[in-house]
Design a binder for this molecule. Structure first.
Ligand SMILES: NC(=O)CC[C@H](N)C(=O)O
Length: 303
């Protein structure tokens, strides 16, 4: 079967599914998303884009934004980032505060909320929130080769109004001197980065800089691309990262909007969207879809 036939087949299989997981409700603006949405797109290193279902419908990328902010932060301050954030899977929920006290305010990795808030603090270093967000959006637009990518302010404000957990994390980080700005400022930026919207097509295209193949947008060094992929496979799905690596065998980053960005090093970037989540906050059908795609395409980083 061709890639397009495989995508169409996966889409057909997902359409009638009733067990779709639960849409995130802790961000009120996300609670009204139609759980039956499903999109899938693949951008290949040879310049093709394939898609199926709602692949043209923009959705809230949420924590997938952490891949782009990490890329920016590494580009800005390089390895000194690792003085403020670790590189180990947390084995805890994405918004957990448990380890932060025991580990003196150094978050386990840049993809759990605490770590991502520190990364956002880094990209804010010499700019205002508006400038940092403009830089981030421009980075993503360049990566996707598409100017039509925006932040949904209503989603950002909705999360700000209910984001007590993230405020707790930010204040805790600040108490350990691991936040250089006022929590309000860093979190305002963080909520807006999470509220970026992209379709599966746009997201797959935006992910091409992580493929490490000739002809792909070159936004950070090859070495950094490898390292970000390593963090995606070990930490990209929080306390379900081991399970994702086992089932899919590829680096991936999920978001509570129901999207997942998956990288097939040297070959392709894949984006999937199904808003229903597992208990760990990862897209239920999205994970199944990329598992099926990887199996049928014989894609794995494990040979
Ligand atoms: N896992 C996620 O997508 C979480 C992102 C969300 N904006 C939060 O901070 O809670």
């Amino acid at each position: 079967m061709s890639i397009q036939e495989i995508l169409d087949q996966i889409h057909r299989e997902m359409l009638p599914r009733r067990d779709r997981g639960e849409v995130a409700t802790y961000i009120p603006e996300l609670a009204s998303i139609d759980v039956s949405r499903f999109g899938l797109a693949v951008a290949t290193a040879d310049g093709q884009v394939y898609s199926a279902g709602d692949a043209g419908v923009p959705f809230s990328i949420q924590s997938i934004s952490k891949v782009f902010t990490l890329s920016l932060a590494l580009g800005k301050i390089g390895n000194s980032l690792w003085e403020r954030v670790g590189r180990e899977p947390s084995g805890n929920a994405f918004n957990s505060i448990l380890q932060l006290e025991r580990e003196f305010g150094i978050p386990r990795n840049p993809f759990i909320n605490a770590g991502a808030i520190v990364v956002t603090d880094v990209i804010l270093a010499s700019s205002s929130p508006a400038e940092a967000l403009a830089e981030l959006i421009n980075f993503i637009r360049y990566a996707a080769d598409d100017a039509n990518i925006y932040i949904n302010d209503a989603v950002a404000l909705s999360e700000k109004a209910t984001g007590h957990r993230n405020f707790a994390l930010a204040h805790f980080l600040r108490s350990f001197n691991n936040l250089t700005h006022e929590p309000d400022l860093t979190l305002g930026t963080y909520f807006h980065q999470c509220a970026i919207e992209m379709s599966c097509r746009q997201l797959a295209l935006a992910g091409r800089f992580l493929i490490n193949a000739p002809g792909m947008p070159r936004l950070i060094s090859r070495d950094q691309v490898r390292r970000i992929n390593a963090l995606m496979i070990t930490c990209g799905h929080y306390d379900a990262s081991g399970d994702f690596a086992y089932k899919v065998g590829l680096p991936g980053k999920s978001g509570v909007g129901g999207g997942i960005l998956v990288i097939v090093p040297g070959t392709a970037a894949v984006a999937v969207w199904s808003p229903g989540l597992t208990a760990q906050g990862n897209s239920l059908l999205g994970t199944e879809a990329v598992q099926s795609l990887a199996q049928q395409m014989d894609w794995s980083v494990f040979g």
